[in-house]
Design a protein around this ligand. Structure first.
Ligand SMILES: Cc1ncc(COP(=O)(O)O)c(C=O)c1O
Length: 383
């Protein structure tokens, strides 16, 4: 095709939307990776008030100092010496991830990415002219990569490794010991770590294990308020690093990408922190009930097995239907009235799995699982 850059022609539309395009209005949808909650009322009120108060202008590129300071304080139990200089507001995790790739990758470099993956990691690398290399996170290893696998992929052109815990699409989390091994791997090869921790506040039972607070200086932490405060449509997130040289480069870059984040919205997020900081915990309580329900239903189905995810709001069961791949199974489920994502939409290592987002109410989950059970049982009888 003439007239377009090689970089834009090198990326493809995301496969994750394919099922949505095929779905009718009456399906039970386990497809959406966003909380089915609204942002906290206090945040909505604060946004309206901020706009009325005249906060409708450009802000500094790094963003509202009071919000950045509040974010720094929020991480104080993990990393006590942070202040607003360690935080740059972005217009989403998506924006933050692209900036981190742009700031660290040159053409000819490669980046190690998890697979199954959140689908924009590889295109971000491609847009930078870098090579995405995938490290499998397999069911048999609780979706945590093996160090020997990472060692087999790394070479002198590897500049970055991206970690994503809790993970989309698997819901996997890591222990402190696993985190330390992953960190040591990065240290051995002098890699930047981009740590996508957008689900850090949706954790069941245990504490979130962050790459922050480890003393590793080549760390760029990506976060977002999309999931934390159910603000997916607002588009606000941040990059945090203890490395002030990195912050300087990222803030310079962010100016050319979006100039700054949204003025009034930063006041709204600040209000959410101050007056609704327990909001993610409230959502998580409900997500946990749903997780328990969907996992027990799935694990009771012949040919289906899932780990109980410790974070995020996805479950990624292994689903065996002889002679069918995950996309074919997902299409049959769609015909039976249930939308979910085929594991192959998240890369080759996702084949043999389906992703269910439990971002719908419990009665819909039960109804949806009845349908899944009926379709899978028919498919297996026919095979
Ligand atoms: C793992 C992961 N990272 C980043 C994002 C981006 O979030 P946003 O751009 O809404 O901040 C998502 C959204 O689904 C995600 O699942």
């Amino acid at each position: 095709m003439a007239g377009f850059s090689d970089r834009v022609l090198a990326i493809q539309p995301t496969g994750v939307r394919k099922m949505f395009d095929m779905a009718g209005d009456d399906v039970i949808s386990f497809g959406l990776g966003e909380p089915d909650f609204q942002p906290p009322e206090v945040a909505i009120d604060a946004m309206c008030k901020a706009m009325r108060d005249g906060h409708n202008k450009y802000t500094t590129t790094a963003g509202l100092p009071a919000l950045r300071k509040r974010i720094a304080e929020d991480w104080a139990s993990v990393q006590p010496d942070l202040d607003e200089g360690n935080v740059c507001m972005t217009m989403s995790g998506t924006n933050a991830l692209l900036c981190c790739s742009l700031a660290t990758l040159n053409p000819g470099d490669n980046i190690l990415l998890p697979e199954p993956y959140f689908p924009l990691y590889a295109p971000d690398a491609t847009l930078c002219g870098a090579e995405p290399r995938f490290y499998p996170c397999l069911f048999e290893n609780e979706f945590v990569p093996l160090i020997e696998t990472l060692e087999s992929l790394v070479d002198e052109n590897t500049k970055v490794i991206l970690y994503n815990f809790p993970s989309n699409p698997t819901g996997a989390t890591i222990t402190v010991e696993q985190r330390d091994e992953l960190l040591e791997f990065a240290r051995r090869h002098d890699l930047w770590i981009i740590s996508d921790e957008v689900y850090d506040r949706i954790i069941y039972g245990s504490e979130h294990v962050s790459f922050l607070g480890t003393g590793y200086d080549k760390l760029l932490l990506v976060n977002s308020f999309s999931k934390t405060f159910a603000m997916t449509g607002w588009r606000i997130g941040y990059i945090l690093s203890t490395n002030l040289d990195a912050m300087q480069q990222l803030i310079k870059l962010q100016y050319y990408v979006t100039a700054c984040s949204n003025d009034a919205m930063q006041y709204a997020v600040l209000a959410a922190f101050e007056e609704a900081n327990d909001y993610p915990a409230q959502m998580t309580k409900e997500f946990q009930e749903r997780r328990d329900l969907i996992c027990s239903r799935l694990n009771a189905m012949p040919g289906v097995s899932c780990h109980i995810p410790e974070g995020a709001f996805y479950v990624f069961p292994k689903v065996e239907v002889p002679g069918m791949n995950s996309e074919e199974v997902a299409i049959e489920l769609l015909k039976g009235g249930v939308l979910c994502s085929p594991g192959s939409a998240f890369g080759e290592s996702g084949e043999g799995h389906l992703r269910f987002a439990y971002t719908i109410g419990r009665s819909d989950i039960s109804l949806g699982m009845d349908k899944v059970e009926a379709v899978l049982s028919k498919l297996r009888d026919a095979s």
